[in-house]
Design a protein around this ligand. Structure first.
Ligand code: HEC
Length: 184
């Protein structure tokens, strides 16, 4: 008699556990299922959004990237230095600074593309070697690195705002013993 009572208690406990587990999985499904992101959620704030996976073309370039040259006269290198903190995760800016995830950017304006010693560039960037980085090329690159050089190792969504790009480029320009002249 005592045994069968014990058995009943155990069965009841097992049953209850089952019900609770079912209940939890039912509830959590209810909560979790609908939160399927429509697109990738790792886009950096203020940066260009990449198209959702599976969209027809891989070319994410905004239709028209306005030229940066007209904005440079009014751009603020000091503001740009602040924005460039986003780049500093991967780049150093001081003269003879080390390469990190990305190459050192001292003197990058006017420097040959994919030319910094000791840095292992992607094939995508190596293909562009030969001509230097000028204001407009850097502008296009940092608007959307992957659209500019499909296959680049620079995993950065880009800077969407033309003024932010102008400020950053104005800052990059100062990283030189002899800064390039501003565009006329
Ligand atoms: C997540 C890391 C990362 C961030 C953030 C990042 N970069 Fe880069 N950057 C790279 C890598 C890696 C490369 C090399 C790309 C390649 O080889 O395809 C690169 C290359 C470059 C180049 C080309 C340099 C050369 O020698 O040809 C420039 C210019 C550049 N980055 C500017 C910037 C600026 C400006 C920012 C911020 C607005 C930035 N990057 C943010 C990783 C990063």
């Amino acid at each position: 008699m005592a045994d069968s009572l014990e058995f009943n208690k155990i069965s009841a406990a097992v049953l209850l556990t089952g019900i609770v587990i079912l209940g939890i999985s039912f509830l959590s499904e209810g909560f979790v299922e609908p939160i399927v992101p429509a697109k990738d959620s790792f886009v950096v704030a203020g940066a260009v959004e990449e198209p959702a996976k599976g969209s027809s073309s891989g070319d994410a370039a905004p239709a028209v990237i306005p030229p940066v040259s007209p904005l440079l006269a009014k751009a603020s290198a000091t503001e740009g230095e602040g924005i460039a903190k986003k780049c500093a995760t991967c780049h150093t800016f001081v003269k003879d600074g080390p390469n990190k995830v990305g190459p050192n950017l001292w003197g990058v304006i006017g420097r040959g593309r994919a030319s910094h010693p000791g840095f292992d560039y992607s094939d995508a960037l190596k293909k562009l070697a030969g001509t230097p980085w000028n204001y407009e090329e850097i502008n296009k690159f940092i608007t959307n690195p992957k659209a500019y050089a499909n296959g680049t190792k620079m995993s950065f969504a880009g800077l969407a705002k033309p003024e932010e790009r102008a400020n950053v480029i104005a800052y990059l320009r100062t990283l030189s013993d002899t800064p390039q002249p501003l565009p006329q």
